[in-house]
Ligand binder design. Structure first.
Ligand SMILES: *Cc1c(COP(=O)(O)O)cnc(C)c1O
Length: 193
């Protein structure tokens, strides 16, 4: 069964608590600062909550991010990999990590190029990172089928278990390609303003 990450970015805890009360445990945020303000107290009170950082992580926020988040979906550079490696040792907490792949090779998007994935993955292993899978944001306004299919193949090639792909508009297609974590915002919380 895939895990549904309720992406609660921009929504207040007032909008989020009904899901917590219902028993939902996986939530996603895209900004470290916003997540700290919203989730710190709730995480202390309820250690079933699993928090996912789905947005870009600036190196200087790595320490705060590791303290708060259980999963980081956006590992996109060797510089960040080294910083996570250093901080997870200091904090003594190892987050589960997805390597973000720039699957459409778009210049404006972050992520590792698919041709570099094997080398990058091996470097992460040497740095003692807990890499659980790959993540992508396919190009918008294009059929995501071929991109998700390629992601599945890449994941199999390096023998990773988890795949973070699929959002409100394309999660059904992502599930066809064995996505294990779908990241849903709008279809759960409504439109963001
Ligand atoms: C906002 C966001 C989502 C959720 O998007 P929706 O289209 O609202 O479901 C998923 N993944 C990432 C990385 C996001 O930033």
């Amino acid at each position: 069964m895939p895990i549904i990450i309720a992406v609660s970015k921009t929504f207040s805890m007032e909008k989020i608590t009904p899901l917590l009360d219902f028993g939902h445990t996986h939530f996603g945020e895209n900004k470290v600062q916003e997540a700290l303000l919203k989730w710190s107290d709730y995480k202390l009170k309820n250690n079933n909550i699993k928090l996912h950082l789905v947005g870009k992580l600036q190196t200087n926020k790595t320490k705060q991010a590791i303290k708060l988040f259980d999963y980081i979906h956006s590992l996109d550079s060797i510089k960040l990999a080294k910083e996570i490696s250093k901080q997870q040792k200091i904090i003594n907490k190892k987050p589960k990590i997805f390597i973000q792949i720039n699957i459409g090779e778009e210049p404006q998007k972050s992520g590792i190029n698919k041709n570099e994935i094997i080398n990058f993955y091996n470097s992460c292993k040497e740095l003692n990172l807990d890499i659980v899978g790959l993540m992508c944001l396919p190009p918008i306004n294009r059929d995501p089928d071929s991109f998700f299919s390629e992601m599945k193949q890449l994941n199999n090639k390096i023998n990773l278990k988890e795949l973070s792909m699929g959002m409100s508009d394309d999660y059904l297609i992502a599930l066809k390609y064995s996505s294990t974590f779908i990241r849903i915002g709008t279809k759960i919380f409504g439109k963001r303003s």
